[in-house]
Design a protein around this ligand. Structure first.
Ligand SMILES: NC(=O)c1ccc[n+]([C@@H]2O[C@H](COP(=O)([O-])OP(=O)(O)OC[C@H]3O[C@@H](n4cnc5c(N)ncnc54)[C@H](OP(=O)(O)O)[C@@H]3O)[C@@H](O)[C@H]2O)c1
Length: 322
């Protein structure tokens, strides 16, 4: 089968489209015939070595398709089931081996592309707003990169929980999309100081929570957007990692909380995984959560997908098909 592999950490040219043996499922595992796979920023961290996987490895942390074989002892799903999953490497291939406990059966109304656009970024929007800092009606939330893959979903889910949502984006076109997703106010952080804007828009009070996936360029300033005892949920680093910082700053800036969550720890139990997926697929089927699939590329053209993603040229989801 064909797969997108990385043999040495590096730039986009480290991605190799090559022939590898079709894998066999072991105990507790299933083989999924991939129909659509999601492109995510975590792929960039893995390819460059910021997050280190054992080399060589097959890229792709999110996929959807049909179970085509199961190993011994699998009880969660059966051959022929339509499924999706995330946070297991190897989705950028014709077939992927996935622990059966990580697979979510798909409702009939959810096609493979929608599923592959939900399992990582949608689940992230869900856990951040429901578990990391559970939003209450009337809370103020600042969402950076609000027109991104996670961003557009996070804005929508935060709105359905009754928050006032402030989004930051780099362009007018992205501002339009963030507003369409429901953001109450959108700040072009490439043109305006977002701290001053948040202070102005909240009458100096600040927000309850900052959901920050941008990292290096936004983290410290984000602390200044919080009201006393506010929450900084730093969940990514699209602009680069946040350097070590002095914990005393949290006291000085208002007895703040900082957390650095990852989806892996917010869907450990199968019950939690299925519960979040049930919510998301239910909202999508009811037309209450809109997926924006920006681009779909064949896997052979993955390089172009990453040029756009890393060049801040994408809005919403980018998918690959085998
Ligand atoms: N912890 C978790 O559980 C978890 C799960 C999913 C994703 N994430 C993180 O969430 C972030 C977003 O992921 P995504 O896949 O949805 O990507 P994305 O948000 O669609 O793309 C990244 C966006 O970040 C913004 N950005 C700001 N400075 C940037 C820079 N120097 N270089 C590149 N982009 C920059 C850009 O939006 P503007 O042009 O509007 O600035 C860009 O479009 C990533 O950091 C990812 O690792 C974390």
């Amino acid at each position: 089968m064909k797969a997108l592999r990385v043999h040495q950490y590096g730039g986009i040219d480290a991605i190799k489209h090559e022939e590898v043996p079709t894998p066999e499922p072991g105990a507790g595992e299933a083989r999924v015939k991939i129909e659509a796979a999601g492109v995510n920023y975590i792929d960039v961290y893995q390819r460059t070595g910021l997050y280190q996987l054992k080399l060589p490895f097959t890229l792709g942390m999110e996929g959807a398709g049909t179970v085509d074989a199961i190993g011994p002892g699998v009880t969660e799903i059966k051959k022929g089931d339509r499924v999706a999953y995330s946070m297991v490497p190897g989705a950028f291939a014709e077939y992927a081996i996935v622990p059966a406990a990580r697979l979510v059966p798909l409702p009939p109304k959810i096609d493979s592309k929608s599923a592959a656009a939900t399992m990582l970024q949608g689940m992230t929007a869900h856990y951040l707003t429901h578990s990391t800092y559970p939003l209450k009606r009337g809370d103020g939330a600042l969402v950076h990169a609000a027109a991104g893959g996670v961003g557009l979903l996070l804005v929508q889910v935060a709105k359905r929980l009754g928050a006032t949502v402030y989004g930051t984006v780099s362009t007018e076109e992205k501002a339009r999309l963030a507003r369409e997703a429901g953001a109450d106010e959108v700040i072009l952080y490439t043109q305006k100081d977002f701290v001053a804007e948040i202070k102005r828009l909240t009458n100096g009070r600040g927000v309850n929570v900052v959901y920050d996936s941008v990292g290096q360029t936004t983290f410290e300033k984000g602390l200044d957007c919080l009201r006393p005892r506010g929450y900084m949920a730093l969940f990514g680093q699209s602009s680069g990692p946040v350097p070590p910082f002095n914990l005393g700053m949290l006291a000085a800036k208002g007895s703040l909380f900082v957390t650095r969550p990852t989806l892996a720890h917010y869907a450990i139990e199968r019950e939690e995984l299925l519960g979040r997926a049930k919510d998301l697929f239910g909202w999508i089927a009811a037309g209450e959560l809109k997926l924006r699939i920006d681009k779909v590329f064949p896997m052979a053209q993955a390089a172009e997908a990453y040029r756009l993603l890393e060049g801040r040229k994408t809005t919403g989801k980018v998918l690959l098909t085998p």
